[in-house]
Each structure stands twice: as C-alpha cells, then as structure tokens.
Design a protein around this ligand. Structure first.
Ligand code: IMP
Ligand code: MG
Length: 186
C-alpha cells in the first residue's frame, strides 16, 4: 500500500511571524482610518482571520461571507455562488477582505465587484497566500502573506475535500491523498 504524506511548506512558526507582521502593517496603515472592518471569506480564511485580528492593535470589526467556487476538485470553475452574505452594512467603512488564498483570482474578482456596489469608504485585500504566476486577473492585493508556486496546498484553514483545515502548518499533497481517513502523527 502506498504511504501517503503531507510535505511541509510553511511552518506554524513562519505563519505566526508573517501574520504578526501583516497585523502590524495594517495597524499602521489604518491608524487614522476608522472604522475598520475585516471580512473573512469562509471557510478557508477563518484561522488566518482569527490570528490576524489578534495582531491588529487598532479598533476593528469583523464580518464573514461565504462564496463557493470549487466543489470537491482541485481546479477553479470561476462559478460563484453566495452561500452566506454579510450581516452588516459596510457603506462608509474601510473594508479589508481577508482571503486564505488567491489562485486564479476569479472568486475574489466577483466578491470585489459585489462589495463595491455597497459603497465602502475603501476596499482592500489581504491574502495569506497568493499564486501570483497563476492569477488570471491583475489584482491590487495590498497585503500578501506568502507568494507560492502553482500547486495545491492544505492546512491552516485550507482544505482538501473539506478536510485538513486543522493542520497547523501549510503543506502539499497529491490528488490521491486519503484526506477522510488520514490521522496526523504529530
Ligand atoms: P480562485 O477563484 O481560483 O482564486 O480560487 C480561490 C479559492 O479556491 C480559494 O479561496 C480556496 O478556497 C480555493 N483554493 C485555491 N487554491 C487552493 C489550494 O491550493 N488549496 C486549497 N484551496 C484552494
Ligand atoms: Mg476561499
């Protein structure tokens, strides 16, 4: 039987250090811009968002939104469906969308266009990971955690078939990875 494993790519320590830097930067950039609202895109960004807001020193409010695009595969469809909309009015607010990963950028492009129609005072993006070589659209990503190569990654909120979000670090797997039955040893 084939031994499956997760190849570590970004350690929990490296993630924590980078998220801290992003929080410091946002705190500086938005010091004179209130109110600040961070919108987490569910489900992938929930761990990143939880760590990021604790690294932000200025007053900040949070909301969530869920759009679906991928299904259970590893390829982007570009089809977006709003599964859960925001529960607050963002007009007049300085909004930062917190994304787990920007792959083709198709998902975020749809989210951005929709949010612009709600008249935020400003709208920016913070993405933990960006596959910049693969991005099909030219995005103004103001804050990037890590720029990564074009391959499929999991962990720290990112899933494969709904699993592996609980991995404390970012790693890569092969498409035949048995996510539903894999038990982490450490
Ligand atoms: P995009 O529309 O191609 O930018 O896809 C964005 C969404 O696809 C992300 O928010 C993730 O939910 C998912 N995604 C893209 N690449 C990966 C990956 O490498 N691992 C896990 N999820 C991914
Ligand atoms: Mg996502």
């Amino acid at each position: 039987m084939k031994e499956h494993s997760i190849s570590p790519e970004i350690s929990a320590q490296a993630l924590a250090a980078r998220v801290q830097e992003l929080g410091e930067q946002i705190s500086k950039d938005y010091a004179d811009k209130a109110p600040l609202r961070i919108i987490g895109t569910l489900k992938g960004s929930f761990i990143f968002l939880a760590d990021l807001i604790r690294a932000i020193r200025i007053p900040v409010k949070v909301d969530f939104m869920e759009v679906s695009s991928y299904g259970n595969t590893m390829a982007s469809s570009g089809n977006i469906k709003i599964v859960k909309d925001l529960s607050h009015d963002i007009s007049g607010e300085n909004v930062i969308i917190a994304e787990d990963i920007i792959d083709t950028g198709l998902t975020l492009n749809n989210v951005m266009s929709m949010l612009y129609t709600r008249n935020p005072a400003s709208l920016e993006i913070v993405s933990l990971l960006v596959k910049s070589q693969k991005m099909k659209l030219d995005f103004p990503v103001k804050y990037t955690g890590f720029d990564i190569e074009d391959h499929f990654v999991v962990g720290y909120g990112l899933d494969y078939q709904g699993y592996l979000r609980n991995l404390p670090y970012i790693g890569s797997i092969s498409p035949d990875f048995p996510a539903a039955s894999y038990v982490r040893k450490e």
